[in-house]
Design a binder for this molecule. Structure first.
Ligand SMILES: [Zn+2]
Length: 236
């Protein structure tokens, strides 16, 4: 039986003499383990299709020996990542997050968000970390951890004074509702998060965050991620 998927090559490692064992991140099935047979040979047909970050259509034959990739049509290999370290490391962060969140089941929202973030990082020349921040804000929201800076998520009061992130629940609360584990969220951080949240990926290059707002916002979201999912993701 064969199946056709749209996928990113999430990770790949050498196997036997000329094979690559890879994890594809697919639109149709989430994480999918495959073997690129004989692909490390000099003239292998699927040589380029096995590279990490490649996005394409893959045809996979499900055999007794596992899932074998038989054909691939590369849609984008995100070439600029390979000549720009800032872009490369941001893409590594995105992929590390996807590795930690993706399951062997479909999650179209996460998949589409990954594609948007990868395009923005690769082609849009937005300042460092902006697309990564956007990706984190959006995926938290998709998973039900929406950051609302207007109203306390616990008591519903208007947030006029100091604001806190309750790490146990991943939500913004007022001073009265903060728990022991809450982090105070500085105004510069909130400003940065609000601006990034309301700006589409393709417009991120027109945004300027002052006062290192993007670093503060990123630190907060890293902390939130670690609490939600029990591990840190790669960041340079
Ligand atoms: Zn409250």
């Amino acid at each position: 039986m064969s199946t056709k998927v749209k996928a990113f090559v999430l990770e790949a490692k050498d196997s036997k003499e000329k094979d690559k064992l890879a994890t594809l991140y697919t639109l149709e099935n989430g994480k999918f383990f495959v073997n690129f047979k004989g692909v490390r040979g000099a003239k292998a047909k699927l040589k380029a299709a096995k590279e990490v970050f490649t996005f394409g259509e893959y045809i996979i034959e499900q055999t007794k020996a596992g899932n074998i990739v038989t054909e691939a049509n590369i849609i984008d290999n995100f070439m600029p990542l390979r000549n720009n370290l800032d872009k490369f490391y941001q893409a590594c962060s995105i992929f590390d997050i996807v590795k930690k969140l993706a399951a062997p089941s479909p999650d179209p929202a996460l998949f589409i968000e990954t594609l948007k973030a990868m395009k923005a990082i690769c082609y849009d020349n937005s300042p460092k970390y902006y697309a990564l921040l956007k990706f984190l804000i959006d995926i938290f929201e998709n998973m039900g951890y929406k950051l609302n800076f207007e109203k306390c998520a616990s008591c519903g009061a208007q947030l006029t004074g100091k604001k806190f992130l309750n790490l146990d629940y991943g939500e913004i609360v007022c001073a009265n509702c903060r728990q022991m584990t809450a982090l105070e969220v500085a105004p510069a951080t909130i400003g940065a998060l609000k601006i990034i949240k309301q700006t589409p990926y393709e417009k991120l290059k027109t945004v300027k965050l002052g006062g290192g707002g993007e670093i503060k916002a990123l630190n907060l979201l890293c902390e939130n991620f670690e609490w939600r999912f029990g591990s840190k993701f790669f960041i340079d």
